[in-house]
Write a protein that binds this ligand. Structure first.
Ligand code: NDP
Length: 334
């Protein structure tokens, strides 16, 4: 049996478990050139909220009645594809289900997971969000030794790796996160130089205190008022990396800001968006640095693992309530 979550309806405002429908289908047969994979772990990503909406984006929306799209680590069960050996581990967009057929080219082509890499690590510290951190810093943030880097959603999957890479690059790093436990994680285990709890502190004022010479690189995962607070505290020639805007994803009306974007002119700064998938062909370069950092413990990624495919919709909601710490994933099978 192939247990699946389908998209049942498009969310209005906050995503809800009621937007999904459970189905039990037959396990599909691999055709010529295809492989049948067994999903082991499903990655949960804020972008999924966007894929559920019928709005223009960088990928088409998931159709109503279709299996919900999602990145997974899977084991090849049966294969008619000479490049995918039975028993090997692969990563790909296999969806919210037990089994999937491979197919497709470019970003849809599954990638092999090197021998010895644990499945959870392949979604976490060596997965898509870690690659996002790597490429956004390498290509847009370009942090230099001695510069001040500020990152929002800093205790999350992407943000925690951004901060740690910036430390490796010789920067001072301040993280913004929700709650005292996450802030303690940042300045303790993850080695950040400072942390701001945006739920209980005034972010703009704390940034002024902690970044007296201004922010050289601001990594934006959240948008909204936190982006405005960062814009108000830029150093000259600052770079703002637009990675995401999770505070806006469930909004029912378009965002009103940022109101103070003219600080970009005053500080001769720029902000630029990017998409990790655009760098897929070069991920070997990123992994050549990330793998030793992870092996040596210079980049640590707390993994937040929930058990059971049936819990995927509730877990997705946790991303928007800040109930995850580190990379959120669902264990489907072992
Ligand atoms: P995270 O693991 O960071 O989880 C999301 C976190 O966002 C939550 O834990 C919560 O942390 C924070 N958050 C939720 N709602 C709000 C809010 N209203 N205001 C402030 N913070 C909030 O997720 P990811 O690392 O997967 O994603 C982080 C960002 O990166 C997202 O915006 C995502 O869309 C983007 N992204 C972009 C990619 C690209 O190619 N451009 C690729 C991958 C991700 P807290 O408790 O601290 O509030």
């Amino acid at each position: 049996m192939n247990r699946q979550w389908l998209l049942a309806s498009r969310p209005q405002g906050m995503v809800s478990p009621e937007n999904f429908e459970w189905r039990e289908a037959d396990v599909p047969e691999p055709g010529e050139g295809q492989a049948l994979v067994r999903n082991l772990y499903l990655s949960l990503d804020p972008a999924m909220r966007g894929w559920m909406s019928d709005a223009p984006s960088y990928v088409p929306p998931v159709g109503i009645g279709e299996v919900m799209r999602g990145g997974c680590v899977a084991r090849v069960e049966r294969s008619n594809d000479p490049e995918l050996a039975e028993g090997s581990l692969v990563a790909g967009m296999f969806g919210w289900q037990d089994y999937a057929l491979t197919g497709g080219e470019g970003p849809l082509r599954p990638s092999r997971i090197p021998d010895g890499v644990e499945p959870a690590l392949a979604l976490g510290a060596l997965g898509m969000t870690a690659l996002t951190a790597y490429w956004g810093l390498a290509e847009i943030g370009k942090p230099q030794p001695g510069e001040t880097v500020v990152v929002s959603a800093a205790a999350g999957a992407t943000g925690s790796v951004v901060g740690q890479i910036a430390k490796i690059r010789g920067c001072r790093v301040i993280g913004i996160a929700g709650g005292p436990e996450k802030c303690a994680l940042l300045t303790g285990e993850l080695g950040f130089d400072g942390a701001i709890d945006y739920r209980s502190e005034k972010v703009a004022a704390r940034l002024r205190e902690l970044c007296p010479d201004g922010i050289d690189v601001y990594w934006d995962n959240v948008g909204g008022e936190i982006l405005e607070a960062a814009l108000a505290n830029l150093a000259m020639h600052a770079r703002i990396v637009i990675c995401g805007a999770i505070s806006q994803y469930n909004a029912e009306t378009p965002p009103g800001g940022p109101r103070n974007y003219m600080n970009l002119l005053v500080k001769r700064s720029r902000m630029e968006g990017f998409l990790v998938f655009d760098y897929a062909a070069r991920n070997g370069e990123a992994l050549a640095e990330l793998v030793p950092w992870v092996t040596e413990g210079k980049v640590r990624q707390p993994a937040d693992v929930r058990d059971g495919l049936e819990n995927a919709p509730a877990a997705l909601l946790d991303l928007f309530e800040g109930r995850n710490s580190g990379k959120l994933m669902v264990r489907i099978a072992s």
